[in-house]
Design a protein around this ligand. Structure first.
Ligand code: NAD
Length: 493
């Protein structure tokens, strides 16, 4: 009997409000997608918790943070980056626990980019210029017009689960750099690294109330309470296009500023002159990284007809060789999807593709492990061919490890087919003809076009989508502009 010990208590992930961790009354479970087990309890914010967070953020604007110089804010951001660096392995463990992604991805992408976001915006804000124009006038003296930047106020940040720390810090860092205070609500599917980040921000010595974190769900819950709160001054949101539209309606009465990074149905285009091996490796990467759960992943692949059969065969071989497994396994390529709910959605498309007449080149099912992972949210990486351009599997965002490959015959035709989409986030072109690259890239209706690469990001460049893929741009000075209120001052000389 003495060997029987009580099961260890599950961690409780709490809100962070006005410099304190608070639990409130309600909870929701944090489920591991690896095996379906509950790994933590998460505090679930009600309207009064969200109200307390917004009020703390409003009050903090009147305190020392509201008077902090740009250098002081930049130094605070570097201290946060140092804090993440010092607890690097804990952040990796948090990202991996919530998402089941490969450890090497969490190390090289997620946590590394979390740090880079704070360092980049700390440096950028120190170099941020404003505008100055000298006007002419009949008296020959004219006027001097210049702009000054001020904080927007309280910024509500709502983020998704697919790249939890990366996408949350992509917004927190510039918001703080510009002198705002923040109420952040991470996705209910990935609350762990955000909670750790609150500890780091507390330890970095930011005044109470400058950064607040509330956990909860979206509609009818913390997300909606936050976007409807009259005390916020702006909403920056990354997530599904449909949610963006709901949030836009919620903030319309208050006329709040919004920045939206939304869904996509991105294309990859492989011309016959492309470096074949690089294109195959690139498209495997752009279709299956993070189990296809990156907003920039390519779910539509167009291959110039002379290459088509060979390209599909090479994609099949490389995809079938992807290693699906536990996050810490050596050379693992793919983990599970984020949740059973999301797997149900992806599997419904796997079924629909067959109904729509697709040829399943590889995948299309659920891997069987014969161990605890059979309780997780795994799917096979999947390639289809043979669908018409108007099939739902070719037009709707699936957000899983899946792509459809279709042949094309001319540049004009492929540009038309790529642009025939409700979305317009990103596109990757594969060609060794530079003139073609320069000719085609600007014709693509997307916020971002890569040539012979994918997901190579310079954080100083604008990022965002067109059509249903977003509203506004963030990145570099575009973030500084969004997170600042700009006043023009005109002085008659
Ligand atoms: P989602 O829209 O379901 O949820 C995103 C966040 O919004 C979560 O925190 C959720 O709780 C919250 N939310 C949901 N409904 C809400 C409401 N009514 N009011 C306020 N908040 C609400 O998206 P998701 O499933 O977490 O993420 C996947 C989606 O995100 C995909 O469509 C993907 O393409 C998109 N995405 C886009 C980008 C980009 O940069 N364009 C980046 C990553 C992900």
């Amino acid at each position: 009997m003495s060997s029987i010990r009580p099961a260890p208590a599950r961690p409780l992930l709490r809100h962070f409000i006005n410099g304190q961790f608070v639990a409130g009354e309600h909870r929701f479970p944090n489920i591991s997608p690896v095996n379906g087990e509950c790994i933590a309890d998460v505090a679930h914010a009600d309207a009064s918790t969200v109200d307390a967070a917004v009020k703390a953020a409003q009050a903090a604007l009147q305190g020392p943070w509201g008077r902090a110089t740009v250098s002081e804010r930049a130094a605070a951001l570097h201290r946060i980056a140092d804090g993440i660096q010092a607890r690097f392995d804990e952040f990796v463990a948090a990202e991996v626990a919530d998402t089941g992604r490969p450890v090497h991805q969490a190390r090289t992408l997620d946590v590394a980019r979390g740090i880079a976001n704070f360092r980049t915006f700390a440096d950028l804000v120190k170099c941020a210029n404003t505008e100055l124009f000298q006007s002419e006038s009949a008296d020959g003296l004219g006027a001097l017009n210049y702009t000054v930047r001020k904080p927007l106020g309280v910024v509500a940040i709502i983020s998704p689960w697919n790249l939890p720390l990366l996408l949350l810090t992509w917004k927190i860092a510039p918001a703080l750099a510009c002198g705002n205070t923040v109420v952040a609500k991470p996705s209910e599917e990935s609350p762990s690294s955000a909670t750790l980040l609150a500890e780091v921000i507390r330890d970095a010595g930011l005044p109470d109330g400058v950064f607040n974190l509330v956990h909860g769900l979206g509609g009818g819950s913390a997300g909606e309470f936050l976007t409807r709160h009259p005390g916020i001054d702006a909403v920056t949101f990354t997530g599904e296009s449909r949610t963006g539209s709901t949030i836009m309606k919620a903030v319309a009465d208050g006329m709040k500023e919004v920045s939206f990074e939304l869904g996509g149905k991105n294309a990859a285009v492989v011309f016959a002159d492309a470096d074949f091996d690089a294109a195959v490796a690139g498209v495997v990467r752009s279709s299956f990284t993070n189990s296809g759960q990156v907003c920039l992943c390519s779910e539509r692949v167009y291959v110039e007809r002379p290459l088509f059969e060979r390209f599909v065969a090479a994609m099949k071989e490389k995809t079938a060789a992807l290693k699906i497994g536990y996050p810490a396994e050596d050379k693992v390529d793919m983990g599970p999807l984020i949740s059973h709910g999301h797997r149900d959605k992806v599997l419904s498309y796997y079924r629909l593709a067959r109904e729509e007449g697709a040829t399943v080149v590889t995948g299309g099912g659920v891997p069987q492990f014969g161990d605890e992972r059979d309780g997780g949210a795994w799917v096979e990486p999947t390639i289809w061919t043979g669908l018409p351009d108007n099939a739902r599997c070719v037009t709707e965002e699936i957000f899983g490890p899946v792509c459809h490959i279709a042949p094309f015959d001319s540049e004009e035709e492929v540009v038309r087919r790529v642009n025939d989409s409700q979305y317009g986030l990103a596109c990757a072109l594969w060609t060794s003809d530079l003139k073609r690259a320069h000719r085609v890239a600007p014709q693509i209706e997307a916020g971002l076009v890569w040539v012979n690469t994918w997901y190579l990001r310079d954080l100083r460049t604008p990022f965002g989508g067109v059509k249903q893929s977003g509203l506004g741009r963030e990145g570099g000075r575009h973030s500084l502009d969004f997170y600042s209120e700009i006043t023009t001052i005109c002085i008659k000389l």
